[in-house]
Design a protein around this ligand. Sequence first.
Ligand SMILES: [Fe+2]
Length: 264
Amino acid sequence: MSSSRRQFLALSASAALASAASAQTKAAPLVKTKPSPPGTPPSGPYVLDPLPYAPNALLPHVDLLTMEIHHGKHHQAYINGLNTALQGEPGLAEKSLEDLLGGIPFLPEALQTPIRNHGGGHWNHFFFWNSMGPAQAPGIGGDPADPALAAALAKDFGSLADFKKKFAEAATKRFGSGWAWLILKTDGHLAIVSTPNQDNPLMQGLVPNADRGTPLLGLDVWEHAYYLNYQNRRPDYIAAWWNVVNWPTVAQRYQAALAALSKK
Ligand SMILES: [Fe+2]
């Protein structure tokens, strides 16, 4: 008997056993659900929110096609992966995403990597879309108008220009794919950190303690965020991105993070 024939018969036998097991399972279903077509990701508990502005609203700094693919394809894929990981895990699906990301080492081992990558991807991108706005809108780009935030940036980095320079350096030097962040640390100081892949400063036990804190601003430096318009010129993308930074939102996050710190 040929090798391929033996393999076929072995696979057929496996399929028959699987079918029998499936039939037994179907005889007494624990949960009655309508089966999805093969390959369909589970819907929920997470869904893709629309962008908080039109997909062409960040032109010319972030192009339309990049926004459509980044949001509609990449972000959606992270949500699909997260929903798949949480399938059959109702206890975890009820938790907030922040709680899941903050305690990844305590999750079942098989879920740790999917939730780190896909949960991190969902959280980071939701945060990213809301960190930006149309350059023409009030408060977007330029310097932060909020006096408390402006003073804190100057105090912890020397000046706003120094902050932007250091943040851009962190984003530029991130090897491969990842993120640059402005965070508020538990000591009340601001810091600039960078994380690989879809990690973020919420991830206890995965991100070094020195890089952990409450994110206030995040910049995606995966190539999918800029390659169509900027190709290999990541520094040009970063320089343009300052024009769409949503400073009012960053200021709100800063106030909320300070308030949370004061309650601890
Ligand atoms: Fe991205």
